[in-house]
Design a protein around this ligand. Structure first.
Ligand code: DUC
Ligand code: ZN
Ligand code: ZN
Ligand code: ZN
Length: 470
């Protein structure tokens, strides 16, 4: 039978190889990959383009409430619009438990926020902030069985931090239920100590966030998380790894055969802590405040080695969008944040620029192959988070989630061209070679040349067990 869609003449790239072929799509799935697909209802000419599995951004924050009056700049509508425009077909935001409340109720609330609003497919990681007996014994096991097969825990932040005892209990549940644990590894007490010292010395500008969230504190917590994972015999993902020191802990663990996986993000290759200085140690620096903070050029070089040698399997945005100037008190620039870096909301937008930055800095500059680019941005996230091979693959039977990529297109990142809700981008002025030109979700074009042009047809994806667990 004939196809709904034929994509012709492009170079298909997977995590393992590249080849010239046509793709035939029917009912939202890839049904044919061959030299010549016969006539289809819709024809797309991909001559001169790369044909990639749609990007999967496995680490984004959308519509998360905050406890300090600041407001996230993206809801599911604008966040997934931005994701689709940037070449993504699936995003994995967090459903965050608020302490003192039911984890299941929190998940239900996020489904309500997402329902009917999404331009990409969506699935949720959980955030466990209150591991009560009820949560550990009933809610979490039931949620994992319902297809929420990964969850994040935090080793810092007053509202989220788990003690070592709690981490061990949560890891134990993960092993029993075959869930994958994501760890925010920064040592809480070390950060609090550094913060107090800096404030005592009057060092309160946004820049000092980077000193308070020291790489030593990240390295220590990374090692502690690895030890707890070894003790409980559970695989973990260290998320948003910022530099050489924590990366070496991960390599240390891998050499011993421990089940430790790692993610890094655009800010650790495209920014340094000097960006937090702003113009002259001024409040502009708040635009770059995120946790862990970007480090130095030596760390950037280490991260590139890790992206090349497989230390990192995941490259995610950690899109955590705030306004710089929001309405009164809702943005990074709020009265309390002016008194100390410790009140500046931690996070930067990046879901739309993740793929262009890695392609341009990585593939176009010859640091990584385009196959590695696909592995880091689509195939590995699908494998590690239970979406493979329906997602993250160009293969017969897979969802027709496809991004057409022009490797030669050159353009500059500009806030005015982006679709996200934030009023700035930390990557303003960055010159990029290689851009997505068409995003296809289950056979339907959702975005072209950085603009969304279809209805919000994104669907929720229940997930299977991680390949890291099985
Ligand atoms: N952790 C994240 O994963 N994102 C933003 C801030 C943070 O601490
Ligand atoms: Zn985190
Ligand atoms: Zn792995
Ligand atoms: Zn994050």
């Amino acid at each position: 039978a004939s196809c709904d869609l034929a994509i012709r003449g492009g170079t298909i790239v997977t995590a393992a190889d590249r080849f010239r072929a046509d793709i035939g799509v029917r009912d939202g799935r890839i049904v044919e990959i061959s030299e010549r697909v016969e006539g289809a209802a819709e024809e797309v000419d991909a001559t001169g383009l790369l044909v990639l599995p749609g990007g999967i951004d496995a680490h984004v924050h959308l519509a998360q409430p905050t406890s300090d009056g600041t407001v996230m700049a993206d809801d599911f509508e604008t966040g997934t619009r931005s994701a689709a425009a940037g070449g993504n077909t699936t995003v994995l935001p967090f459903a965050m438990q608020i302490k003192g409340t039911s984890l299941r109720d929190c998940v239900t609330a996020y489904h309500r926020k997402a329902e009917g609003k999404c331009y990409t497919d969506v699935s949720f990681h959980l955030i466990v902030s209150d591991p009560t007996p009820q949560v550990l014994g009933q809610e979490l096991p039931a949620l994992v069985r319902d297809g929420y097969t990964s969850f994040k825990v935090f080793m810092t932040y007053d509202d989220l931090v788990l003690s070592d005892a709690e981490l061990l209990e949560v890891f134990d549940v993960a092993r029993r239920e075959k869930a994958l644990v994501m760890v925010h590894a920064e040592g809480h007490d070390a950060i609090k100590y550094m913060t107090r010292k800096l404030e005592e010395d009057g060092r309160t500008a946004p820049y000092y966030h980077a000193e308070a969230h020291a790489e030593i504190a990240e390295r220590e917590a990374t090692h502690r998380a690895i030890s707890h994972a070894q003790l409980t015999d559970v695989p973990i993902v260290i998320v948003h790894v910022s530099g050489r020191d924590p990366m070496e802990q991960i390599q240390w663990a891998r050499k011993r055969g421990l089940k430790v996986h790692a993610e890094t993000c655009p800010q650790y290759i495209a920014l340094t802590k000097d960006d937090l200085k702003g113009l002259n140690m001024d409040f502009e620096g708040a635009k770059y405040v995120c946790s862990p903070p970007p480090r130095d050029t030596d760390s950037q070089a280490a991260i590139w080695e890790g992206l090349r040698d497989g230390t990192f399997e995941l490259f995610s945005s950690d899109h955590c969008p705030f306004y710089f100037q929001g309405a009164e008190g809702t943005g990074k620039d709020n009265p309390r944040a002016r008194t100390s870096f410790k009140w500046v909301p931690n996070g930067i937008p990046g879901v739309e620029t993740r793929l262009p930055i890695l392609f341009s800095e990585g593939v176009s500059k010859g640091r990584i192959s385009v196959e590695r680019f696909v592995a880091l941005t689509a195939t590995n996230p699908a494998r590690l988070y239970g979406l493979y091979p329906r997602k993250g693959a160009i293969a017969i039977g897979a969802d027709a989630d496809i991004t057409l990529w022009d490797p030669d297109r050159r353009d500059t990142i500009r806030q005015e061209k982006l679709n996200h809700g934030s009023d700035y981008t930390p990557y303003e002025g960055m010159e990029i070679t290689g851009w997505p030109v068409r995003t296809i979700l289950r056979g339907r074009t959702v975005a072209r040349d950085g603009q969304v042009e279809a209805e919000a047809t994104g669907q929720y994806q229940s997930r299977g067990v991680s390949e890291a667990v099985a």
